[in-house]
Design a protein around this ligand. Structure first.
Ligand SMILES: NC(=O)C1=CN([C@@H]2O[C@H](COP(=O)(O)OP(=O)(O)OC[C@H]3O[C@@H](n4cnc5c(N)ncnc54)[C@H](OP(=O)(O)O)[C@@H]3O)[C@@H](O)[C@H]2O)C=CC1
Ligand SMILES: C[C@H]1O[C@H](OP(=O)(O)OP(=O)(O)OC[C@H]2O[C@@H](n3cnc4c(=O)[nH]c(N)nc43)[C@H](O)[C@@H]2O)C(O)[C@@H](O)C1=O
Length: 329
């Protein structure tokens, strides 16, 4: 077993939740993940959170990131700022997905280490495992095969982020850890018609079709790919759990363990939204990875399991969409 397969704790675990006055920087706090982590930390009583919008601090600018860390000196960092998108965005903007992500993560991880951050959590994604990884996908499958072509640029950047956390742990004994979430959804998701992920895209399309009295809704691909979905509030809970309990070299899968076909997902979203027309499949659009169910037993053995079912999470997200996106239009 090589160094990378071993878990190398560098700090006594169990310290994150002990001090709610610790300064925590949530990077990307207006996005899907960052906003959920921010809500979770506030609910837990953390009262020294530091946040910056993209407009206030562009994390691709190294000098600005360095100045921010020198001034604020947070003790913990959750790195949830990234260039993120669905299958279409990933294949249309390869330069943005590789360059922006490499820049953000390199700037933040390095400045955090050099400015006294005690612990940093980075986020990978289930889509960075090999396209045909054995299922369910264990943490050891990373870098064992070719990537899914539609998101290889994003995947290369994300793999570099995980490796950077490992390198800083090995060379400096610094407590940088990585979580590997599955496909996420929930409040503050991106509902862009083309660039978003499948779940918010379908929610919006079915909703708009219902309002317009349309007879059919077009869904991309064949409907056969399988995807595992996790509500972002469950992910935020797992992020806090990992910060508190985990200090190791290896990344940790964070999934629900439940998968559905895109066809099943389309039917569930259609029902949640209340659209009564037909679904039409656009087979000119790519399916992407056929299946990416993660094995999240490492996290379960540490003591964490998800709580929110897909149907419950979808109903909650549709309510949020109606109140926060539709009402604002
Ligand atoms: N969504 C998903 O299904 C999954 C997400 N993840 C990971 O979770 C993390 C967060 O993703 P998610 O919340 O979905 O993404 P979002 O797009 O919802 O949020 C990303 C946030 O990062 C900010 N951001 C982007 N670029 C910059 C920049 N240059 N400077 C400062 N802020 C910036 C965005 O601000 P703005 O919008 O103003 O640009 C936004 O607030 C990512 O690392 C992603 O890889 C992992 C698995 C699945
Ligand atoms: C989280 C992960 O997300 C991405 O990978 P993905 O899982 O393939 O993401 P997706 O949500 O875009 O699609 C899932 C499936 O759904 C189908 N599909 C149907 N109709 C729509 C639709 O309307 N929009 C979208 N986006 N997909 C649709 C689509 O054809 C595909 O078969 C990454 O690129 C990757 O980088 C990443 O991080």
């Amino acid at each position: 077993m090589g160094a990378v397969e071993q878990d190398i704790p560098v700090a006594a675990a169990g310290s994150f939740l002990a001090d709610k006055s610790a300064k925590v920087f949530v990077a990307g706090h207006r996005g899907l993940v960052g906003s959920a982590v921010y809500r979770k930390l506030l609910a837990l009583g953390f009262h020294n959170l530091v946040v910056r919008s993209h407009h206030e601090l562009d994390l691709t600018r190294q000098a600005d990131v360095e100045a921010f860390f020198q001034r604020e000196r947070p003790l913990f960092v959750v790195l949830a700022a990234a260039k993120v998108g669905g299958i279409h965005a990933n294949s249309t903007y390869p330069a943005d997905f590789i360059a922006v992500n490499l820049q953000i993560q390199t700037n933040v991880i390095d400045a955090a280490y050099r400015n006294g951050v005690e612990k940093l959590l980075f986020l990978g994604s289930s889509c960075i495992y090999p396209k045909f990884a054995p299922q369910p996908i264990t943490e050891e499958a990373l870098l064992t095969g070719s990537l899914e072509p539609t998101n290889e640029w994003y995947a290369i950047a994300k793999i570099a982020g995980i490796k950077m956390c490992q390198a800083y742990r090995l060379q400096y004994g610094w407590d940088a850890i990585s979580g590997m979430p599955t496909n996420l959804y929930g409040p503050n998701d991106n509902f862009h018609p083309e660039n978003s992920h499948v779940l918010p895209a379908l929610m919006r399309r079915f909703h708009e079709a219902k309002v317009a009295g349309a007879k059919e809704v077009v869904v991309w691909g064949s409907g056969s790919p399988l995807r595992e979905f996790l509500h972002v509030d469950d992910l935020a809970d797992a992020v806090v759990f990992l910060l508190d309990k985990y200090s190791g070299l290896g990344h940790v899968n964070v999934g629900s363990g439940k998968e559905v076909t895109i066809k099943e997902l389309a039917e569930i979203v259609k029902e949640a939204v209340g659209f009564e027309g037909e679904i039409v499949w656009d087979r000119t659009k790519p399916d992407g990875t056929p299946r990416k169910l993660m094995d999240s037993s490492k996290l379960a053995e540490l003591g964490w399991t998800p709580k929110i079912s897909l149907r419950e999470g979808l109903a909650d997200t549709y309510k949020w969409y109606l109140e926060n996106v539709v009402k604002q239009q």
